[in-house]
Design a protein around this ligand. Structure first.
Ligand code: PLP
Length: 496
């Protein structure tokens, strides 16, 4: 007997009227991502355009247009009198175009979705800072001063590595505050860490190069690596950071390892000294590179900042990356890398091929901002501020959830993680919570492999300490509001 097609379950699609992307494109993108990730299976029926339009509260026109596009591109097929179905045998190129990755990653999306946790600035949104505490006066005075002081040299193409004065002040800062071994000649100014991650992939990797990434890890790193066509090997993270022994077992000959040793993203673990040495020894012996993403190490609350991994490296195997996105503000798009002396020319050549050189104005303003002590003062001030916000969040979570939830990684940075028991869908809760203005980043999105933990990455940078208790109450309601079944099991779960 012929197998009956599965009924059309309403897929989880969020459309945002205020988004710059047209509705039909949002619907098309959502379906395409779900098909490529195999969340919608070949042969599965999708809802009629009328049903989906009603469910989304929009007209049928954008739905018909999205369906038409999916049909034209072969993602779906229509069967007369029966409905529309995911194409039974999707050509391989569809899957490989989205994920030229290790098998375990074929099920994970690239960072292309317009999900609510990527946008907006509601409570708990990750990457949001206390912008109202930024020293606007000092900053705008410096930017204005440099904007007025235009010289030929500041208008012309400049060094691919960045402005000399800026690189010098950064080298001083890194040697002192992060125990990084460096000269200004090794510093390259980049457009934020993301640019550095992507440049490092260009320089260090080839198609099919094996690369260790942390599991769970930073989604945007996976996006950058995907473009290089390398083969990512997700290596588990435990209470000491990346499990180097597991990495060696999974791929001893990997070309590079990408790590966040100061404050693992997202779990918040600090890599132990033993693991740091083991990782460096592996890299030294096998000729691999380590890329250290030191994205938020300025903020540590229970101890002194942890020295960089690069500072321990005796063999020049570490490429160190830092950013002003956490200490100042992300739209500045300024970061830096410290490149082993022997690789500087290769990085400079790739940089020239990419965008020639960084823009002048903000480099010059920030060099003075650092020279004049504003940067150090701002970090001292905000460290206390974020410490207060973090304590308020931890206390509110304990008051509201008691022993029901596990809190991870609260010792540093501007986010922590809470985990949910099996049976909960963090994505589903996050989508609904977004409608209430809560920006919950699902922990499951940080996993490249099939085995994921459900939970949330909660940013606390932009929420005032005195508002934390009320926001955590909203969080509890958001979690409990997702159906009776989840409510019951939530009450009964213990520490994970
Ligand atoms: C692991 C990690 N790396 C880097 C960054 C900063 O990225 P960028 O400097 O490109 O803004 C973040 C920001 O959230 C991050 O979580």
């Amino acid at each position: 007997m012929k197998k009956k097609p599965r009924r059309a379950v309403l897929p989880l699609i969020a459309v945002h009227r205020e988004s710059a992307r047209p509705l039909h494109r949002q619907i098309y993108d959502s379906f395409r991502a779900m098909i490529l990730e195999r969340r919608l299976q070949p042969g599965q029926q999708i809802p009629s355009s009328r049903t989906l339009a009603e469910e989304l509260g929009i007209s049928r026109i954008p739905v018909l247009s999205a369906y038409g596009q999916l049909l034209a591109e072969g993602y779906v097929e229509s069967r007369a009198g029966a409905g529309t179905f995911i194409t039974a045998s999707l050509p391989d190129e569809f899957v490989s175009a989205a994920a030229p990755l290790a098998e375990s990653q074929a099920s994970r999306p690239m960072v292309t979705e317009d999900e609510p946790w990527f946008r907006g600035s509601g409570a708990f949104s990750v990457g949001q800072l206390a912008y109202d505490h930024f020293p606007f006066r000092a900053w705008s005075d410096l930017v204005t001063r440099h904007a007025r002081r235009v010289r030929t040299s500041s208008m012309n193409y400049s060094d691919a590595m960045g402005l000399k004065a800026f690189r010098e002040v950064i080298a001083d800062y890194l040697r002192t505050a992060r125990a990084v071994q460096c000269e200004a000649s090794q510093i390259m100014i980049v457009n934020g860490s993301q640019h550095a991650l992507s440049l490092s992939a260009h320089v260090l990797l080839e198609r099919e190069s094996a690369v260790w990434i942390e599991e769970p890890g930073y989604e945007f790193l996976r996006a950058a690596l995907t473009l290089s066509g390398c083969r990512m090997i997700p290596v588990p993270v435990d209470s000491e950071g990346l499990d180097v022994t597991a990495g060696i077992a999974l791929g001893a000959n990997a070309r590079a390892a990408y790590v966040t040793p100061s404050h693992q993203y997202p779990l918040g673990v600090t890599m132990s000294a033993a693991r740091r040495l083991q990782l460096l020894e592996w890299a030294q012996k096998s000729g691999a590179w380590i890329v250290e993403d030191d994205y938020d190490s300025e903020y540590r609350y229970e101890s002194m900042p942890i020295a960089s991994l690069q500072g321990l490296d005796r063999g020049s195997r570490v490429i160190y990356i830092g950013t002003f996105s956490k200490t100042l503000f992300p739209s500045l798009r300024l970061g830096y890398m410290v490149i082993p002396a022997g690789l500087v020319d290769r990085f400079a050549a790739v940089r020239k091929a990419t965008d020639l050189c960084p823009p002048h104005l903000y480099q010059a303003a920030l060099a003075d901002f650092m020279h004049e002590g504003h940067f150090a003062r701002h970090i001292r001030k905000t460290r206390l501020l974020y410490a207060g916000r973090r304590s308020a969040l931890v206390e509110a979570l304990r008051n509201e959830f008691g022993g029901e939830i596990e809190i991870l990684g609260a010792a540093a940075g501007m986010h922590l993680v809470v985990t949910l028991p099996p049976g909960f869908s963090d994505r589903e809760i996050a989508l609904r919570a977004a409608e209430e203005g809560l920006r919950l980043w699902p922990l499951s999105t940080s996993y490249a492999g099939a085995e994921v933990r459900q939970g949330f990455i909660l940013g606390f940078g932009s929420t005032k300490a005195e508002e934390m208790a009320a926001q955590v109450r909203r969080l509890r309601l958001a979690i409990h509001g997702v159906g009776g079944h989840q409510k019951r099991s939530f009450r009964s779960f213990g520490r994970v």
